[in-house]
Ligand binder design. Structure first.
Ligand SMILES: Nc1ncnc2c1ncn2[C@@H]1O[C@H](COP(=O)(O)OP(=O)(O)OP(=O)(O)O)[C@@H](O)[C@H]1O
Length: 275
């Protein structure tokens, strides 16, 4: 970075190319003093995190530290649990999504979610993908065909299923079903994709395919992934947040977290000393 003086004799800062790329990234989500309780159980404690556009953000930490709870607050799914109480603020693209007036349906069309276990509908491969767009009022068969093909291509599964679109999705392998679920997510053209341990039920080859897909998807989407797999976080994410007992211990560039963490607890976790 260089500091130069402009015509009015005011110091202005010029950014080098790499800094410009960083500064140009928009914040998609910003949480401020986010707290969540399940009854008396304080599951999230003062979470202050920013999630950036076109990045993969990994959430890591030992079992029960609040990873899934955190990502389920981002689409307000966690509220479906009656005992949940939340305080603080979550901003999604400038809107405070915890406000009563915020339309959660609108959020769900912008934020897709992929779960640990692939959960296709008991329908044909085609109908799995067309389902969301149809609910949003698209009836034209030609447009639906286009969406189905584009989404399946986007999830790198088109070539494997293009000749069996009418077959039941349950006939696909686990890894194919997971990519189908990612395609189903893409069909609604989301802005953000939340992934809760999306490869933990998959074999190593399917895991690799999904990891490659995630890397590819970040060109167009912002991805937040919960993972127990440290190598996976190191391989595919740009930023990593380390959660412990409902708190964020450290949040930084993934390279920094894995090579030179600031906090001893992060180091102990990533080197396998606990968790
Ligand atoms: N539906 C629920 N009702 C009550 N408590 C819950 C519920 N879901 C989670 N919790 C509690 O909240 C805390 C955080 O759980 P959460 O599932 O978010 O952790 P996690 O880090 O995702 O764990 P894991 O890695 O095992 O999936 C835990 O103490 C858990 O028992």
């Amino acid at each position: 970075m260089a500091v130069i003086t402009d015509k009015k004799n005011i110091n202005v800062t010029t950014l080098n190319k790499e800094e410009k790329q960083v500064s140009a990234k928009s914040v998609v989500y910003n949480t401020k003093d986010l707290n969540l309780w399940y009854g008396d159980d304080h599951a999230l404690k003062n979470i202050n995190l920013s999630i950036y556009e076109n990045e993969v953000t990994a959430i890591i930490g030992p079992s029960g530290c609040g990873k899934s709870t955190f990502i389920k607050t981002l689409n307000r799914m966690v509220e479906l649990i009656p005992v949940v109480r939340i305080s603080g603020d979550i901003r999604y693209r400038e809107s405070s999504i915890l406000e009563k007036s915020y339309k959660v349906e609108a959020l769900r069309t912008r934020v897709g979610m992929v779960f640990q276990k692939p959960n296709p509908f008991p329908k044909s491969i085609y109908d799995n993908i067309a389902y969301g767009p149809k609910i949003h009022g698209i009836k034209d068969k030609k447009i639906l065909d286009e969406i189905v093909e584009r989404s399946l291509r986007g999830a790198a599964i088109w070539d494997e299923v293009k000749d069996r679109l009418k077959e039941n999705a349950y006939g696909l392998s686990g890894g194919q079903q997971q990519r189908l679920c990612i395609a189903r997510c893409l069909a609604i053209e989301p802005d953000v994709i939340l992934m809760d341990e999306p490869t933990s039920a998959l074999d190593p080859i399917s895991t690799l395919k999904v990891e490659e897909l995630i890397q590819d998807l970040k060109k167009d989407y912002s991805i937040i992934i919960v993972t127990h797999n440290m190598q996976q976080a190191a391989r595919i994410s740009d930023k990593t947040a380390f959660f412990l007992n409902g708190e964020v211990v450290e949040f930084d560039e993934t390279d920094k977290i894995f090579a030179n963490p600031n906090d001893k607890r992060t180091e102990d976790y990533i080197t396998g000393r606990f968790g």
